[in-house]
Design a binder for this molecule. Structure first.
Ligand code: NAD
Length: 257
């Protein structure tokens, strides 16, 4: 198994990428800390892992709150004895996030608080735990919109993901000699609740689909497999990267018919 004896903490693990990754990591031998604000669905992730014979625990954690992030890391160490993998994955894409003129300050602050400050808090409390474990892997979920501009405006979201990318590079350099690797995962458009709720009409979905060379939305599981590689020792020489899993969208100028 690829994550035998490892302990992984995954934020936003009640849904989408986070849940698929939690299930996959557990299948590959990891003990998983499922962190989220959606208690019912977070506990459902744990139930599914346990049903399949894996080990997991749920912890309520709003990643925009320092005390919650400290608590989730403490929970990992208290329950499973250590922390080896930190997947800062929780994020939102608010329906009122639009262009610079129309987006309210409150939406900007909310988005930054979860998507960007949440990653900072994860690392603030996670890095000391990884040090105590002798090193480890941090994976931060950014997005393809951190690399190219999207024609459907989501100014706060895009800016937050650009911040995640920049922060990831610096973290990778600062902690490289501590055996802590830090990589950003840049998913393309996925068929998860987050994006399907945002692209809430067929016309909006088609507008996005037209840019994807593969002609389809990605699946959360396709991101989970990338996270598995970055979490495992197979990626032991990989740090500071923008790991793109996007159906070719960032490579495309014009997509095939
Ligand atoms: P999702 O909505 O299915 O899951 C997100 C999870 O985060 C939910 O369980 C939600 O409850 C949780 N969450 C929200 N606010 C939180 C908070 N304050 N604290 C803790 N948990 C919180 O979305 P997803 O598509 O799986 O997205 C996961 C990550 O991937 C996000 O960071 C998102 O920005 C990123 N991403 C998604 C896409 C896409 O197309 N879906 C593309 C690129 C990047």
């Amino acid at each position: 198994m690829r994550l035998q004896d490892k302990v992984a903490l995954i934020t936003g693990a009640a849904s989408g990428i986070g849940r698929e990754t939690a299930l996959l990591f557990a299948k590959e031998g990891a003990s998983v800390v499922v962190a989220d604000v959606n208690d019912a669905e977070g506990q459902e992730t744990v139930r599914q892992i346990e049903l399949a014979g894996g080990k997991a625990v749920y912890v309520h954690s709003d990643v925009s709150k320092a005390a919650d992030c400290e608590h989730m890391v403490n929970t990992a160490e208290a329950t499973f004895g250590k922390l080896n993998v930190l997947f800062n994955n929780a994020g939102i894409m608010h329906g009122d996030d639009d262009n610079a003129v129309t987006t309210e300050e409150a939406i900007w602050d909310l988005t930054m608080g979860i998507n960007l400050k949440g990653v900072f808090f994860g690392c603030k409390y996670g890095v000391p735990a990884l040090r105590r474990a002798g090193g480890g892997s941090i994976i931060n979920t950014a997005s393809f919109v951190a690399l190219i501009g999207a024609a459907t405006p989501q100014i706060a979201y895009t800016a937050s993901k650009g911040g995640v990318l920049a922060m990831t590079r610096e973290l990778a350099i600062i902690h490289a000699r501590e055996n802590i690797r830090v990589n950003a995962l840049c998913p393309g458009p996925l068929r998860t609740e987050l994006l399907m709720n945002f692209l809430n009409s067929e016309a909006k979905k088609q507008r996005r689909l037209v840019h994807i060379p593969m002609g389809r939305f990605g699946e959360a599981k396709e991101i989970a497999y990338a996270a598995l590689y970055l979490a495992s020792d197979e990626s032991s020489y990989v740090t500071g990267t923008e790991f793109v899993v996007d159906g070719g969208i960032t490579a495309a100028y014009v997509t095939p018919e």
